[in-house]
Design a protein around this ligand. Structure first.
Ligand code: PAF
Length: 282
């Protein structure tokens, strides 16, 4: 696996190697990331991963400084997973000057749910992803990028960005990898104590409960959402949201849509000081 740091080195490394399949990450890799790399290998001529902890998508009180940086382990895992090129820009490679141009996502999609609780998050994500896309794909005429469904709203925002800017990039979605008990794998699971790791399975269980009850129209959706949030709260969580949305646009479904339309239950909640997110398509 070739490791490059600057955009120029990356473009030189990709020259003549066909269409890249790209997996952007912030490092601290786990089996979920590696499954995205495996998926990428089926979708391109050369598999590229990036590791960059993107300052722009963290709020001042969030964990940018303490975000786990596990360079050696990440490199060996990527190598073993069959990644061909690792792009690991330094801050000055991606942000050589203050990033005053930003990619502002559609507020109808980006200002709710995660964007409501983490204002500016999706602007930071879109801005860095646009730069990463430019670094990887500008000299190759396009390719494929792989994003995990674990960050469901992020995946949708990126899909819309690619579509609206007519970028020559196909977005492929990877399924969420889960630990035993259903906990979605996440770099932030590393912040949890052994006891909290046991408790953390309650989030995916609550989403399952919410999805089942919503499908069967047991009570008005808003009441169901309040009820499952209450159940989590009783177990020591501080939920931001647990909600059912249309898969197409993340808007609130109509009563008739609850019976059979493609829906997704999304949740975000804090366990101690660790904020976890998860979702369930149904
Ligand atoms: O999902 C992530 O790890 C990040 O949001 C991404 C897409 C790498 C952008 O920094």
């Amino acid at each position: 696996m070739l490791i490059v740091h600057s955009i120029a080195e990356l473009r030189a490394a990709l020259a003549g190697r066909g269409r890249p399949a790209f997996v952007p990450t912030m490092g601290n890799l786990h089996a979920g990331h590696l499954s995205l790399v495996q998926l990428a290998r089926q979708h391109g001529d050369v598999t590229v991963a990036s590791i960059f902890v993107n300052r722009l998508q963290f709020l001042p009180h969030e964990d940018f400084d303490s975000y786990p940086r596990t360079w050696d382990a990440d490199c060996s895992q990527l190598q073993a997973a069959g990644c061909d090129v690792l792009f690991a820009p330094r801050e000055a490679d991606l942000y050589p000057e203050p990033q005053t141009f930003k990619v502002q996502p559609d507020p109808a999609l980006a200002d709710m749910l995660e964007g409501h609780f983490r204002p500016g998050f999706f602007t930071g994500v879109c801005t860095v992803v646009m730069k990463l896309f430019s670094a990887v794909f500008a000299s190759t005429g396009g390719g494929t990028a792989v994003f995990g469904k674990k960050d469901y709203q992020q995946l949708m925002v990126i899909q819309r960005m690619v579509q609206q800017f007519a970028l020559p990039i196909t977005i492929v979605a990877g399924e969420t990898a889960r630990a035993q008990g259903g906990l979605a794998l996440s770099s932030r699971n590393g912040y949890l104590s052994a006891e909290q790791l046991q408790q953390a399975t309650a989030l995916s269980q609550a989403l399952r409960q919410l999805a089942d009850a919503a499908r069967h129209g047991r009570m008005p959706l808003a009441d169901l959402e309040t009820q499952v949030q209450g159940l989590l709260r009783a177990q020591g969580w501080a939920p931001d949201y647990l909600t059912v949305r249309q898969r197409s646009d993340l808007q609130i479904p109509s009563v008739s849509a609850l019976g059979s339309d493609p829906l997704v239950a999304l949740g975000a909640a804090k366990l101690g000081s660790t904020r976890l997110i998860d979702n369930l398509e149904f």
